[in-house]
Design a protein around this ligand. Structure first.
Ligand code: ADP
Ligand code: MG
Length: 402
């Protein structure tokens, strides 16, 4: 689960991770009021930042007003202008895709005099089964680019899950970034507090780009990208409340309501599969047969009429879908039951109307597979049966060529 920058920074503050002050709002007047209060406290530089679940805002532009997603302001009037130009407009960044994301909230925050920008990321290193803290002196730049071109500029420390980060490790990281004196101590404290935050909140990833050294020798996070492990959210009621479903893909959201694991892709062959591994293999086979998967969809172990119906609804919501490949392994759930489920689902008037021009290829393997094939072959619906995955793939390419 993703959250907004301003939400991450509020959590950081509670966890003792240094951030500039700021106020999130969806009204121009409140933005101005916040800036006035900040000015009364001695601030002369403000930054107005679009709050969307995507990065690259600083280099992004809004569609209508051509405004940047991160705007430096030197006066209250400039804050007003920035707020007006962002709120309600659609911001396009390299991470949003062409359609962009509507800016519903902005964050008015203290502008910081930056001495130097750094990168800091914490995530699970799957290859080592350990948490990894990565830092780089190349802050403010895309870290993927640094990793590719100058990997030696990324310094890492690993921590065994369940163990704590040693202060000596945080010191090594702060040293690698070139911190000295008072700033060095602040950097060590920052890294320790941030690692504890990552563990305590069951975060998947914490990315600070940039982490900065200010001209006053302070160390703080100017940006904050945090995602949480969905499977651990039941332990964090307060974090669940930060979820902003309006930022999520509507079809994926709908799927999650039915406990279906759906991810939209760009191809034209819809897939309905039980089991994540089989779903991956099915997507590979579709590619081999010349098609492109329109989605990943794992319907889980049950595969009953209801799940199949919901699966169809979700797949068919995507107008690119030209064919649907159902690939179910009947282990606990018998294939004949799945076959009947598919037929019943396709007869549902709402689905029947949508699948008129979308051939369905069904491959059922496992318990009672033969009976299942017979059931499908004897139905008068637009459903093609296959026994082998290869055959199913051939049927898909025939259908696509037709
Ligand atoms: P994004 O990564 O989405 O582009 P950032 O929060 O990293 O957004 O902001 C982009 C750039 O704007 C930063 O690299 C930094 O140079 C500048 N910036 C962001 N927040 C502040 C701030 N509070 N004070 C001064 N500069 C800032
Ligand atoms: Mg950033």
């Amino acid at each position: 689960m993703k959250i907004h920058e301003y939400q991450a920074k509020e959590l950081f503050k509670e966890a003792g991770v240094a951030v500039p002050d700021g106020v999130a709002t969806s009204s121009v007047e409140e933005a101005v009021k916040a800036a006035e209060e900040m000015k009364a406290n001695g601030t002369n530089l403000f930054v107005v930042k679009a709050q969307i679940h995507a990065g690259g805002r600083g280099k992004g532009r809004t569609k209508k007003n051509n405004a940047k997603g991160v705007i430096l302001c030197r006066s209250i009037d400039e804050v007003r202008e920035a707020a007006e130009s962002l709120l309600g407009d659609t911001l396009v960044t390299i991470q949003t895709g062409e359609e962009g994301q509507e800016v519903k909230t902005i964050y008015v925050t203290d502008g910081v005099d930056i001495e130097k920008e750094f990168y800091l990321g914490i995530l699970l290193d799957r290859a080592n089964s350990q948490n990894v803290i990565m830092v780089s002196t190349e802050g403010g730049v895309e870290i993927e680019k640094v990793a590719e071109e100058t990997p030696e500029k990324i310094v890492k420390e690993w921590v065994e899950p369940g163990m704590e980060l040693f202060p000596s490790q945080a010191r090594r990281l702060a040293f690698a970034l070139g911190f000295e004196g008072a700033a060095f101590k602040k950097a060590v404290k920052f890294i320790m507090a941030l690692y504890n935050f990552y563990v305590d909140t069951d975060a998947n990833m914490v990315e600070i780009n940039p982490l900065v050294l200010t001209t006053d020798d302070d160390v703080m996070a100017l940006d904050a990208k945090v995602t949480f492990d969905g499977n651990a959210l039941y332990r964090h009621k307060d974090i669940v409340e930060l979820r902003d479903t309006s930022e999520e893909n509507p079809i994926e959201l709908e799927a999650s309501k039915f406990d279906l694991n759906y991810i939209k892709l760009d191809g034209n062959v819809g897939c309905m599969v039980n089991g994540a591994g089989l779903a991956m293999a099915t997507m590979d086979i579709i590619k081999l047969s010349g098609g492109e998967p329109a989605n990943f969809l794992d319907v889980g172990g049950g595969a009953n009429v209801e799940t199949v119906k919901n699966g169809f609804r979700i797949i068919l919501d995507d107008k690119n879908v030209k064919a649907i490949l159902i690939n179910i392994f009947g282990g606990i759930v018998r294939c004949d039951r799945v076959a009947n489920g598919v037929i019943e689902a396709v007869k549902d008037p709402e689905i029947a109307d949508k699948v008129k021009n979308v051939p369905i290829i069904v491959r059922l393997q496992g318990t009672n597979a033969e009976e299942a094939k017979e059931i499908i072959d004897n139905s008068d619906l637009n459903v093609i049966s296959a026994v082998l995955l290869k055959e199913a793939a051939e049927e898909v390419s025939k259908v696509l060529a037709a």
